[in-house]
Design a protein around this ligand. Structure first.
Ligand code: C5P
Length: 234
């Protein structure tokens, strides 16, 4: 089993390479795993990936691919070719698209584990019904999409703390569950509505947690990172 500090993924939600690098340097040797999302990837993607590789870090490339299967096959191959340890695709793109992502990543070689994004936590049931004409409840949709992601060959899902226990129960121990929306005990929740502490997330079955602002916005990111690792029990 990985050490706890390898299971705390720091979200590098920075607008550019310099800010991102400063954070990685501030956390230093303790930090192992970093998430690069759309903003940073579009701003400075390949340079940041090269920096992280040079520093010996693991990368979660969170680009949430969603397109026709042929396009996603190619894009997932490129993501795998960049050496990402974790990457995301939207489960709502359908089973054929998720299978194509798997094929593309596998064909590129490497060890990229693919995660499905089920329902964005920014969408509530009212929005799903009125704008997207999806009538089912979120507690139905999330495990259903996670099971479809697994059947299509994905390695796991991104899921909020609220859904963790149900997903773990339905999907067994091997499937990865990566959980954002983490706040240290006693911390500021900012705009996250459904937050868990690091300890709660791991107790409820998270494989990894993703933490952004409690670390990246802290006066001392290294101390904040180490505090979260300690709170998580590691
Ligand atoms: O700063 P904070 O800890 O809230 O950042 C959490 C990270 O996880 C951000 O990169 C955010 O985009 C991502 N995320 C999330 N909630 C989701 C999915 C992803 O907060 N449902």
């Amino acid at each position: 089993m990985e050490q706890m500090r390898e299971r705390v993924i720091v979200a590098l939600d920075a607008p550019g390479r310099d800010q991102a690098l400063r954070l990685v340097e501030a956390i230093g040797d303790h930090g192992v795993f970093y998430k690069v999302g759309l903003e940073l990837y579009i701003a400075a993607g390949d340079a940041v990936l090269a920096d992280l590789r040079a520093a010996g870090k693991k990368v979660f490339l969170d680009l949430k691919l969603f397109d026709i299967p042929n396009t996603v096959r190619g894009a997932a191959g490129c993501v795998a070719g960049k050496g990402a340890a974790l990457a995301t695709v939207h489960a709502l793109g359908g089973a054929a698209m998720m299978r194509a992502a798997r094929e593309g990543a596998d064909a590129a070689g490497g060890q990229t584990r693919l995660l499905g994004v089920t329902i964005l936590t920014s969408l509530d049931e009212e929005t799903l019904r009125s704008e997207l004409h999806i009538q089912r409840s979120i507690p139905f949709l999330v495990p259903d999409l996670a099971l479809r992601a697994r059947a299509a060959g994905l390695d796991g899902v991104v899921a909020s703390g609220l859904e963790l226990p149900l997903l773990r129960e339905r999907l067994g121990d091997e499937f990865l569950i990566v959980t954002p929306g983490i706040r240290p005990a006693g911390g500021d929740v900012a705009d996250q509505k459904r937050v868990l502490t690091p300890r709660q997330a791991f107790e409820r079955g998270a494989s990894y947690i993703v933490v952004g602002r409690p670390i990246t916005g802290a006066p001392d990111p290294r101390a904040a990172f180490l505090d979260i690792v300690e709170q998580a029990g590691g």
